[in-house]
Design a protein around this ligand. Structure first.
Ligand code: DQA
Length: 150
């Protein structure tokens, strides 16, 4: 069985590469998408990679995931720290969620140390830059195949 995973990216992540490179690195979101596609192939996952700056669009994508995907990997950007709407959508999605951040949010400003997304996530990967997405894909592959044999 091939599992389908939705990889979602929130606001300002389309600017990676030029956005505060000391914090977020020089990789672009397209670079991250490319390395995710390669990793997904090895893990036999099918992925769809999306980015939006709009909270409502992210909510709609999460709602839709229920019928079309087996898991969600989410870097909600700043909405991580503000969006009860995204949390509510994750709670109704009925699929496992892994939260990713490029930076280590726990070393940063106090307002970034709170995450609504975490309340709905199986786990959080942060502080490893773009490589965190690959770690999340590995964790998701393991989660989904463990669920299949359980
Ligand atoms: C981020 C951390 C958030 O606090 C910030 O608003 C982002 C990026 C990260 O990947 O480190 O946009 O989610």
């Amino acid at each position: 069985m091939t599992f389908r995973v939705l990889v979602l990216n929130g606001p300002n992540l389309n600017m990676l590469g030029t956005r505060e490179p000391d914090l977020y690195g020089r990789e672009t979101l397209a670079d991250i998408e490319k390395s995710c596609a390669a990793r997904a192939k090895v893990l036999a996952l099918e992925i769809e990679f999306r980015q939006s700056n709009a909270e409502g669009e992210i909510v709609q994508w999460i709602q839709g995931a229920r019928d079309s995907f087996d898991g969600i990997i989410l870097n909600a950007g700043a909405y991580t720290h503000t969006s009860i709407a995204i949390l509510d959508a994750l709670n109704l999605s009925d699929v496992p969620v892994i939260e990713v951040h490029l930076s280590n949010i726990f070393q940063r400003e106090p307002f970034r140390q709170e995450s609504f997304v975490s309340r709905a996530a199986e786990g959080v990967i942060c502080g490893f830059g773009g490589h965190g997405y690959q770690l999340a894909l590995e964790a998701m592959a393991q989660l989904l195949s463990a669920g299949e044999t359980a």
